[in-house]
Design a binder for this molecule. Sequence first.
Ligand SMILES: [Zn+2]
Length: 104
Amino acid sequence: MNVSRYQGKTSQVPKSYCTRCLRMHNKVTAVGEPGAAPAKHCVTLCVHCGHLMTFDELLQLRDLTPEEMLAVKRNKQWPEIQALQEKLRNAVAVFLRPVDEEQK
Ligand SMILES: [Zn+2]
């Protein structure tokens, strides 16, 4: 995976919370289109847990409806989204590993 592809423009968004891990987000980084700004219906991933969400009209995070989820899974970018989710989940797993576990 080309990590530099994920280093697009970072934009401020209104404070909102991941619907899975409840961590706060107030910035998002564009994927694929380096200069893109977030908008309603953009798909987004929580950097803490990899949860897939979207923005509402006020740029608040919300879960995808079943129909929206199906559309995302049919999108040609779905394999790339899954790969990025896995990368984020793995990063969180390493970050959360207790210190005494690493010393064994
Ligand atoms: Zn999360």
